[in-house]
Design a protein around this ligand. Sequence first.
Ligand code: DGJ
Length: 737
Amino acid sequence: MAIIYHEESKSFHLYNRFISYIIEVMPNGMLKNVYYGKRIHDRSDYSYQGNDGFLMHGVCSVDGGLALQHQKQEYPAPGIGDYRESAFLIRQENGSHISRFLYSYHTIYEGKKPLENLPATYVEKKSEATGIDIILYDSLTDTDLVLTYTIYEDLPVITRSARFEQKGEQTIVLEKALSACVDFPDKEYEMVHLSGAWGRERHIKIRKLEEGTQSIDSIRGVSGAEHNPFIALKRPHTTEFTGEVYGFSFVYSGNFLAKVEVTPHEITRVILGIHPYNFAWPLKKGDSFQTPEVVMVYSEEGLNGMSRVFHELYATRLARGTWRDKERPILINNWEATYFNFNEEKILSIAQKAKSVGIELFVLDDGWYGERNIDDRSLGDWYPNPEKLPHGVSGLSEKIEAMGLKFGIWIEPEMVNKNSDLYRAHPDWLISTPERYESMCRTQHILDYSRKEVVDYIFGLLDKLISESKISYVKWDMNRYMSEAYSRTAKANMQGTVMHRHILGVYNLYERLIQKHPDILFESCASGGARFDPGMLYYAPQTWCSDDTDAAERLKIQYGTSLVYPVRSMGAHVSAVPNHQVNRMTSIDMRASVAFFGAFGYELDLNTLSEEELNRVKEQIEFYKKNRRLFQFGTFTRILSPFEGNTTCWMVSNEDATQVIAAYYQVLNVANGPWLKVKLAGLKPDTLYQVSYEDKQYVMYGSEIMQIGIPVDRKEFTKKGDFTSILFILQAKKGEA
Ligand code: DGJ
């Protein structure tokens, strides 16, 4: 068991060969964080570390001198002398917000318990992890607070969540219930986060910590394109390859808060959970509230070290189902090829061409249902448009399957247009506040998934659609943020539950569809990548990365996304030029060499390509199929960051680094540039590799490649112009592995 309890000192040591996490019950019964980081030796008592008090004016103390403001706490309470962000807030019947949860008991167990109705990481065998529930109790309100921790055996990972259980007679209202808090003893960190907007999601931002607060959040009802539910603290000298970093990722798809607060005594608090905005959850006797999970990763091998752990955990112990370990099909999507303007004939012609070059799956995007020829109508009417699809979705799917392609379809099940049969039949199914203006976004509104009958109805329609056609893949889109959040049927005191219950409704619909149709590959999407979060990955093992398909822009988007999310979870397509988002011309080679590092596909009408381009597409598909396992299941390593310069480099390698594909990209051409040597990482130093790219062949030791670099003739490279790439193929020479 990887959790030790020291009875006398009342301390807990969660450890594996990488990390230690130590908690102590303070003399007054509250929980203190003693240490989190690289594995340290166990000892039976850490109390010699003291209580980290600072004697000074202006500090409130509880229980004979314990100044909570200066304590490193596990799940800090509000209003009792700690003026930092608290982990929770409870309103009692008398209006008081003061709680006092003290250690009551704990249980340590093998394995990991699922979180009811919530996405979470899991284990396949009990021996993979050890869990502990620490139960704290507030005697005045008769409420239990269960803090759950799981430590994985073979990964530097701890997961955390909290549950409130009301046992007392009074109804309490949870006004805030975050998932995890870690207090670090110093502030020598930089905060790393992924921020952006539509079309430029998950750009890496790094800022030095200072006294005060710095946070990212979403109150949009979804995780959002603006900030991903992830932050990391890294030491200032930490690079991609070396140095300490602590990553925190929130397994949730709705409102979130991720905050870092530094006190004038330089204690750094990291706190994450559901955003308290518009959150008020009544708990009467017998009720409980479970927070979603925070995944914490520690690495002393830099940002790549952290990402490797997130990739492994999320690809194998968060993603589930038939497709988790299967190679993903090469798809073609018709969105950028046709937008709403298509009919069956057009679709079949794109599919036919796709089949002829080796594509495996055709995906019919938005526009196939109701009267959807423009985006102001028909969301909610999930039955085919007879003019566009005279033989329905089922007829089209059969024809596509008869060609030897799989068929996939786009849906946006959480939404409704006012111009739809669904809205006309159920105008009160919208999330909106009575007698207030209903903000619109892409002329659409959100269905109230906090209501079971709404989820049931949509499940019925989608289940029918999927059951009646030959559907192998579903792209599940979501194209607006929530505003005027209010449920028409919830009582006044339940309105603060609506935003969270809506997300639970989304999860419920996903779960029911997955259970009923386990072989379907789901890809989540939200105006591109506005809901690329771990919550979604639990249901859909891949996510459309961004609506920006320009190869140069995608370097930043995919590089940033890879901080947390595995390559095979990132939908990445080759699209037409001039690019539809930035009007840029890039070569078909550059476009493919970026999209290869993702769940690869095409999003254009192949009929418009020249013969030469089509041949290149054929070669790309052959190449990808041959190397698909490596691209999708290999270890991804970032080498050169597009956020730091004109060049980007990344690579994938198999388990023993005997097969490697690396890509080097240059955005703008450089006149008379310096020597070009591309250095890779993670190779076997004393192994000879056959290195090939374009018409070049070298035999080099791993150590040479890592220290000196693969030589590239600058003069030749310069002839390629702007937006260029080189793909290096490395194979350990026979007998060398
Ligand atoms: C937004 C998605 O990101 C696009 O790929 C496309 O599916 C459109 N929605 C369709 O409306």
